[in-house]
Design a protein around this ligand. Structure first.
Ligand code: LLP
Length: 435
């Protein structure tokens, strides 16, 4: 939202490049990531930990958007990586991401996924449940290889956000319940294991969070548990991972905090609680996804048909939709947009931006004020960098968009556009005889 760069033609400028040029060169729909913004966000997180003199890992939660080139950007910025499937792990390995900084998440990792992780000696597996402990014990013993783990726990914290994206509350499919003895049981099963090396605890309380209170309560609960285990079992956890979830500004109404605020407050809670004990300051790990890449991404669409529903609304249809950004349809997520070639024109028309999928709910934005639109205009929708392309599908057999990186006047393709050949490349012809 807010301030966009405009050139003398009245065109939106992204990463120093006329967005109309990008649309022309690469086609639409198009995801454009401004790398300088991603670097800025990454450096802000890292710098905050450095200023506080706290050893840390900032892991990019790559479910927000993963591709070989994006992993390479994160590597350049010295981030760690949170992956949640063999697909993400494989992509990271292909990208040459340092394996010792990869953390593997998931509530139902398969044996094959765990094997891939163990074989590549990745930095840490975030263990979610008792079945996984069993699998890991078996696999590490068979392979005679050690693994570092964190235990993921649910601290019973309600983050104020959309229901579907709240993961830290008691009724969650993720992790060991911290309050009812499950986490202690899990601890008992791993802390003396020959192959499994417990580093510490992890939690993730939700996404698109605008308050620090949830993080502070979670930090308190986890650190207290770590202190308790230290006292009772003389076992020292050295890592406290507080997950991601830092909110970003999609529309004027959103009021996120600076990332550094969350980090400083977490650190304060931890330092306060260990002050009176002989428990050493743990490393603090965090896992931002959205707050690293969300506002760096802009979607460019070409405007096509219009339909007026008298006294109700004017539909303006674009050449993408829920197939490249399902968030409005799935969560009622709000976005801001402009007509990229008409930034110098007065916005006095109200439109509903519709996608092209065969589904009435495929609306990207309801009631947005824009200059009068014509077919061929380019709509730029902001803050689509997180969970946009990552959740894209081939619904209606639409081809998925291309992804372009821009930075200081340079641009490159990061993911090529799907072709019609790609659409059928997994399909096999019918070979069974007709009865
Ligand atoms: N760590 C864990 C364990 C997570 O489950 C997530 C997100 C993150 C980190 C990163 O959260 P972030 O910093 O991006 O908020 N598709 C939804 C968001 C789902 C988030 C799932 N977990 C959306 O489009 O809003």
């Amino acid at each position: 939202v807010s301030t966009h760069a405009v050139n003398e033609k009245g065109h939106l400028v992204l990463g120093g490049i006329d967005s109309l040029e990008l649309a022309k060169t690469y086609g639409t729909p198009l995801f454009v990531y401004d790398l300088s913004l991603i670097r800025e966000r990454a450096r802000a997180f890292i710098q905050t930990f450095q200023e506080q003199n706290v050893p840390a890992q900032v892991a990019y939660a790559s479910k927000a958007f993963s591709s070989v080139a994006m992993y390479q950007v994160m590597k350049q910025e010295n981030l760690s990586l949170d992956v949640v499937s063999s697909g993400e792990l494989y992509t990271a390995i292909k990208a040459g991401f340092p394996v010792e900084r990869i953390h593997f998440h998931g509530n139902n990792k398969s044996k094959e996924e765990l094997l891939l992780a163990i074989e590549h000696n990745i930095g840490c597996i975030v263990v979610d449940n008792f079945y996984e402990i069993e699998l890991l014990k078996q696999l590490t013993a068979e392979l005679n290889q050690k693994v570092n783990i964190l235990l993921r726990v649910t601290p019973g914290v309600e983050a104020h956000t959309h229901d579907y994206i709240t993961t830290g509350q008691q009724d969650s499919k993720f992790g060991f319940d911290l309050m009812n003895g499950q986490a202690d049981l899990a601890f008992g099963q791993v802390y003396q294991d020959d192959y499994i090396q417990l580093l510490g605890l992890h939690c993730h309380i939700g996404s698109q969070i605008f308050e620090t209170i949830g993080f502070k309560v979670a930090a308190e609960k986890l650190i207290k548990k770590m202190i308790e285990w230290h006292q009772d079992y003389d076992f020292e956890c050295t890592v406290l991972n507080l997950g991601g979830g830092f909110g970003i500004r999609y529309t004027k109404e959103d009021a996120p905090l600076e990332p550094s605020v969350y980090v400083k407050e977490m650190i304060m809670v931890v330092k306060g609680l260990i002050a009176e004990t002989d428990f050493a300051m743990p490393e603090i790990w965090i896992e931002p996804g959205r707050s690293l890449v969300g506002d760096a991404g802009t979607s460019l669409y070409t405007i096509g048909s219009q339909k007026e529903v008298p006294d109700v609304r004017n539909y303006l249809a674009v050449d993408g939709g829920m197939s490249d950004n399902i968030r409005p349809a799935l969560y009622g997520a709000l976005y801001d947009a402009v007509i990229a070639n008409k930034l110098d024109e007065k916005a006095d028309e109200t439109y509903t931006i519709a996608g092209k999928c065969c589904e009435s709910g495929d609306k990207l934005i309801e009631h947005i004020t824009l200059p009068k639109a014509e077919p061929g205009d380019i709509l730029a929708m902001f803050c689509t960098g997180a969970y946009g392309y990552a959740m894209a599908s081939n619904y209606n057999r639409l081809t998925r968009p291309a992804v372009v990186f821009v930075e200081n006047g340079k641009h490159q393709l990061a993911v090529r556009r799907e072709t019609l050949e790609d659409i059928v490349h997994l399909d096999l012809p019918l070979t069974m005889e007709k009865e």
